[in-house]
Design a protein around this ligand. Structure first.
Ligand SMILES: N[C@@H](CCC(=O)N[C@@H](CS)C(=O)NCC(=O)O)C(=O)O
Length: 222
């Protein structure tokens, strides 16, 4: 299998965690932001990464979107299962996964790129890095007002996650689910931001545990 990815994308990290959880061997191809569209659009009709190419007879040529990649992996190889045995709990896990994907992963992106353009500039002050950060900020409309909304969304999300993760170590049920994996990937960019490291140490402990369980390299900062 081949995973088309941006090496630093938290959504691509989410797909890698799913592959690692399943212990499926795969290779990665790192694409350049912007130029990636030339390859990806004709394969999936979309412009986003990750995209998984199963490269197996009888399987689709390409699967776009990290959630669809989880669903494909579950059909492709049943064990170890990404799904919880209880149907109601699994429905809740998919709902949380979708919320983390559509709302919280985006909020993380806003807060992260705001940090990298300001206090976190020193992580990579090179012109090329700052140009990419500027392009991403324009592409997604990242500015002071939109970052404030994202920051507030993260406060509520982290309150919710702290209750769930402290209660039982798992967001739903009594073992790792797509919700835990999505949370670990999509909040991982916050590891570089001192405010989040100080205020939410339990979050980063859990992110490390999920990465270790899925045999995935830890995100920058951890
Ligand atoms: N919901 C999608 C989101 C993926 C996504 O936003 N990917 C970003 C990188 S983090 C991307 O490919 N952006 C480039 C573009 O939109 O052209 C998923 O889970 O795969």
């Amino acid at each position: 299998m081949l995973l088309l990815q941006f090496s630093t994308s938290h959504y691509c990290r989410k797909a890698r965690l799913g592959l690692g959880y399943k212990k499926i061997k795969y290779q990665v191809e790192n694409l350049n932001p912007g130029l990636h569209i030339l390859k990806v659009k004709s394969l999936t009709g979309l412009t986003t990464l990750p995209v998984l190419l199963p490269q197996t007879e009888g399987q689709p040529e390409a699967i776009a979107d990290s959630t669809q990649i989880f669903k494909f992996l579950e059909n492709y190889q049943k064990e170890p299962s990404l799904l919880l045995p209880d149907d109601i709990q699994q429905t809740e896990a998919w709902m949380l996964e979708d919320w983390l994907d559509e709302s919280i992963g985006t909020a993380t992106r806003f807060v992260y790129y705001q940090f990298r353009a300001n206090e976190g500039k020193s992580f990579n002050p090179s012109l090329s890095s700052q140009i990419i950060i500027g392009v991403v900020r324009r592409q997604y409309g990242i500015n002071r007002a939109s970052v404030e909304l994202a920051t507030n969304r993260l406060i509520t999300a982290l309150e919710f996650l702290s209750i769930r993760w402290r209660e039982s170590n798992y967001l739903v049920g009594d073992r790792l689910s797509v919700a835990d994996i999505a949370a670990a990937a999509l909040l991982s960019p916050l590891a570089l931001i001192p405010h989040y490291r100080q205020k939410y140490p339990w979050l980063f402990e859990r992110i490390v545990q999920v990465h270790q369980f899925c045999s995935e390299q830890l995100p920058p900062g951890l």
